[in-house]
Design a binder for this molecule. Structure first.
Ligand code: EPZ
Length: 443
């Protein structure tokens, strides 16, 4: 097997067109939702990424028949959902965070569930306390054992009133996927309302669920007795679209991201424009997208704060920081969602970027990490001439940022861990890089 490394000859502007498909962070959840239906579900425009393979493996381990069709069609038939062997599920231990979302659907269908150790990016502690608390309130018995979580619902699941301490995306999805078939009404307060969650609600509504999204982050779910399959075309991947937008800026290039949707990216687009990047939106129903380019001249520094939707997504932070190393002056980035999401800046510094990390909240809003001594604010002084380096990717989004930095830098970099991390969330990035004129090689 070849080494998991991409050799990048940097310094060439990326120019051309690529296509983004269904959002990873919706597709994987919609696949879990298919377990709730009594008939088959179909998702379109599913990207060929490893997270989809992992969820496919988990569905198949539980007896769901999964088949693929042309152009990213994925059909999931849950007619024969069965208990999976612990060993079969444990194959996926440590690979992703999606398994935790199987709790509600499996409890409804089988009365029990086994959830392996979770994986996902090492960007903070990422506890699952909200998930467990909510499930217990629904009536689940949760037994934490060395091999994973064993859950049962001896008396079924009943609707709850629950307020999240923080509007967590995964916990909101957990409550939605559990409440739709629970007995009675569930009221979730302080819910996350990311576009991927709204799209998941659309999926569940197609299946027969009754879900009301009120103002002030309140979601009310009226449990129903049964759900059927769905047919759904997911929202496009706004994280991937923004990553390519940042790559266009950092490499002085121009990229048309076919499929990118303005409405889901407004906060990113505002920042992009403030920094000095240019974009234009083509909203044709077929073939539309967003064109991103560096219009020439100097980029401007900005002060940013990541936040839950409708704030600036934490997953947009890393690609933006690479572009900010090229802005003249001091930029400030306050990361409020995850406590350890600046680990990747060590490699950027090695490439010549001038980035200092601080444990203080360098933003308008004091956040949870300020008093706990986490290096969660960054000051970036630019512009810095980036030079090539050997880079070890630490996680998915940071990995793509390293790739952007290597593409922007003078000289030849070796980026290690691309298959392990980047292919979890970016479809055919080798092919896309080639289409954009990047000079890369697989040794
Ligand atoms: C989702 O993670 C995404 N992953 C992440 O994208 C994304 O960064 C994140 O939402 C925020 O938008 C998927 O959708 C698969 P959270 P999730 O629960 O659901 C704390 C990517 O690269 N928290 O909203 O795991 C948690 O520690 C990934 O695609 C608790 O304290 O994120 C964090 O500080 C990376 N207890 C905050 O909430 C809990 O029980 C937000 O996490 C749950 C979460």
């Amino acid at each position: 097997m070849s080494e998991d490394v991409l050799v990048v000859h940097g310094g060439t502007p990326l120019r051309g067109e690529i296509q983004v498909r269904g959002a990873k962070n919706l597709v994987s959840k919609a696949m879990v939702a298919a377990v709730l239906g009594e008939t088959a579900s179909t998702l379109y425009d599913v990207p060929a990424i490893r997270d989809v393979e992992i969820v496919t493996g988990l569905l198949e381990a539980h007896g769901v028949k999964v088949s693929t069709g042309p152009e990213g069609e994925l059909v999931m038939d849950p007619a024969n959902v069965t208990r999976a062997a612990v060993d079969e599920i444990n194959v996926h231990a440590g690979s992703s965070r999606i398994p935790i979302l199987f709790c509600g659907p499996l409890l409804h269908r089988l009365g029990h569930a086994f959830i392996p150790d979770l994986g996902g990016c090492k960007i903070g502690d990422r506890p699952i306390d909200f998930h467990i608390q909510a499930l217990r309130e629904f009536g689940a018995v949760v037994d934490k054992r060395p091999d994973g979580l064993h859950l049962s619902a001896p008396n079924g699941l009943r609707g709850i009133k629950y307020e999240l301490e923080y509007p967590s995306v995964g916990s909101t999805e957990q409550v939605l996927l559990t409440a739709v078939l629970a007995d009675g009404v569930t009221e979730l307060r302080n819910a996350a309302v990311e576009p991927e969650i709204v799209d998941l609600i659309c999926v569940l509504q197609k299946m027969g669920a009754i879900i009301k999204v009120h103002t002030d982050r309140v979601i009310e779910i009226q449990g129903v007795a049964k759900l059927s399959g769905y047919s759904h075309r997911p929202i496009p991947d706004r994280i991937e679209a923004a990553s390519w937008g940042a790559a266009a800026l950092a490499t002085h290039g121009e990229i048309f991201v076919r499929g990118a949707k303005q409405a889901d990216m407004m906060t990113f687009l505002n920042v992009y424009r403030s920094v000095g990047g240019a974009f234009s939106v083509d909203d044709s129903p077929i073939g539309g997208g967003i064109r991103f380019w560096h219009p020439g001249g100097e980029l401007q520094p900005v002060a940013l704060e990541t936040d839950v939707h409708p704030g600036l997504m934490t997953d947009w932070q890393q690609p933006l920081v690479v572009a900010l190393t090229q802005a003249r002056g001091l930029s400030i980035v306050h990361e409020t969602v995850y406590e350890r999401r600046f680990g990747y800046t060590t490699e950027l510094r090695q490439m010549g970027a001038n980035i200092q990390l601080y444990s203080e909240c360098l933003g308008g809003t004091p956040c949870r990490w300020g008093r706990r001594n986490f290096l969660h604010s960054a000051v970036i002084a630019g512009p810095s001439k980036l030079h090539a380096a050997d880079l070890q990717i630490p996680d998915l989004r940071a990995g793509f940022s390293h790739l952007i930095a290597a593409l922007a830098a003078e000289g030849t970099s070796r980026v290690y861990g691309v298959d392990r991390y980047i292919s979890r969330g970016y479809e055919d990035f080798d092919g896309k890089l080639a289409a954009l004129g990047a000079r890369t090689e697989r040794p």
